[in-house]
Design a protein around this ligand. Structure first.
Ligand SMILES: [Zn+2]
Ligand SMILES: [Zn+2]
Length: 433
């Protein structure tokens, strides 16, 4: 996950709302026998999963260099009796679990790479690869992926359909998903649905997401003109036009991050003020070449359609201005993929998780976090309907805060148990019902 510090502060503040989440609800389950089996198997393998996670944590590998990690994954999936494919888009690994009955095909994706960091590990699990650390939680994602693979392999005879486990390298540089696709991933597998999670600084035992954009779409807009003696006027005019796109007043309550938590206007409320915004960064970048001048700034929006409407609207405005003749282009440059959850699947899966593990574990977010964040899982979602979940990894009582990319990143390893339970159960439901 690539994200800014500002965002992390925001996500952290969301999590403060959700301090006390009991671990497992005693709610009626849909197919209680199968979900009980999921829980029993998870309990059986939990200690071994913790060991695996600590091993990954101790030997983190940077994007494009996940050789050892992929070998461990391959060995584990092979030991489960799966068909395993390696070296896809770099060190990508795919495990295929076939049941004996025809049915849906579901993919689970975990990212496996780590980050550069020289700071000591707060969990006492010091990295043995100098300068590299798992401070985005991908060691947890990988472990949960293996745990789900183990649980579902053990229940194979009770399931129908096929489950694909995608272990993706190079998420931090946003290259791995595309590299796997370019390397023929979807010739090898043909999923109907795809899911992934990211550890978030919410309390352990909590899952959250929302339909469509989870984080604001974040794009750089570039307006270019032919160079002329009127450059200064052109710049002033364009800045004014761009600033005018923003639909949030400068003194609005939107800008106060504390409102993200507000029960009536915050992210968790149906009346949230964070679901229909487009903001314009007031920092404009001007660049000039021999024959053209460009004005750039960053737009953030909760609404993809709104974002798409901006370019035609600006072109229209400029072509009716006295600078029409000078305009070369209005484009989005440096676009990053944005996680975009399938609407129907989001509501179905969150409701299913609530049915199995209880409402208190599941948080439907109504607002879109007002800052850009990228995960190249977005490339898979462009091809296959999918949902990206946030999974709580923090334990505030114990001072454990799983803030991605922070030097003191830590997790409560119970999130492995909850993640394996919840998402194995979810896949069981998606396959069998
Ligand atoms: Zn990251
Ligand atoms: Zn990440």
């Amino acid at each position: 996950m690539t994200s800014s510090n500002k965002l992390l502060k925001i996500v952290f503040s969301i999590s403060v709302l959700l301090l006390t989440i009991p671990m497992f609800g005693q709610h009626a389950v849909i197919d209680s026998t199968l979900h009980k089996k999921v829980q029993q198997r998870t309990d059986q393998i939990f200690d071994s999963l913790v060991k695996i996670r600590r091993d990954f944590h101790t030997y983190p590998e940077l994007s494009d260099q996940e050789k050892r990690t992929s070998q461990q994954i391959t060995a584990y999936l092979t030991s489960l009796g799966m068909e395993v494919h390696t070296n896809l888009g770099g060190y990508g690994v795919v495990g295929i679990l076939k049941t004996n009955k025809k049915g849906k095909r579901i993919a689970w994706r975990a990212d496996i790479d780590a980050l550069s960091s020289n700071l000591p590990d707060v969990e006492g699990l010091q990295s043995r690869n100098e300068g590299v650390r798992h401070i985005c939680g991908h060691d947890i994602h990988t472990t949960i992926g293996l745990g789900i693979a183990n649980v579902l392999a053990s229940l194979k005879d009770n399931l129908k359909g096929t489950i694909y486990f995608i272990f993706q390298p190079s998420e931090e540089n946003l290259k791995g998903a595309k590299a796997m696709i370019d390397d023929g991933l979807f010739k090898l597998i043909d999923p109907d649905e795809i899911y992934a999670l990211h550890i978030a600084p919410m309390q352990v035992g909590l899952i959250a997401t929302r339909p469509e954009l989870l984080f604001a779409e974040h794009k750089t807009i570039k307006v270019s003109y032919k160079n002329s003696s009127e450059n200064q006027l052109v710049i002033a005019h364009t800045k004014k036009l761009l600033s005018g796109i923003q639909n949030i007043e400068p003194d609005s309550e939107f800008w106060d991050n504390r409102n993200l938590l507000d029960p009536t206007i915050g992210l968790g409320s149906p009346k949230t003020i964070y679901k229909d915004y487009l903001t314009v960064n007031k920092k404009f970048t001007i660049s000039e070449t021999d024959d053209q001048i460009s004005i750039r700034t960053i737009l953030n929006s909760s609404n993809r359609k709104k974002m798409e409407s901006i370019i035609p609207m600006l072109k229209q405005d400029i072509s009716s201005s006295k600078y029409a003749e000078k305009l070369i282009e209005v484009v989005y440059s440096s676009e990053y993929p944005t996680v975009f959850n399938n609407k129907e699947l989001t509501s179905k899966t969150l409701n299913k998780l609530s049915d199995i593990y209880g409402n208190r574990h599941v948080n439907h977010l109504y607002g879109v976090v007002p800052d850009g964040r990228s995960d190249d899982f977005a490339y898979f979602q462009k091809r296959i309907p999918g949902v990206y979940f946030l999974l709580g990894g923090s334990n505030f009582e114990k001072g454990i805060i799983s803030m991605p990319h922070s030097a003191n990143f830590a997790v409560d390893e119970n999130c492995i148990k909850f993640g394996v339970n919840a998402f194995s159960s979810l896949i069981v439901e998606r396959l069998n019902n």
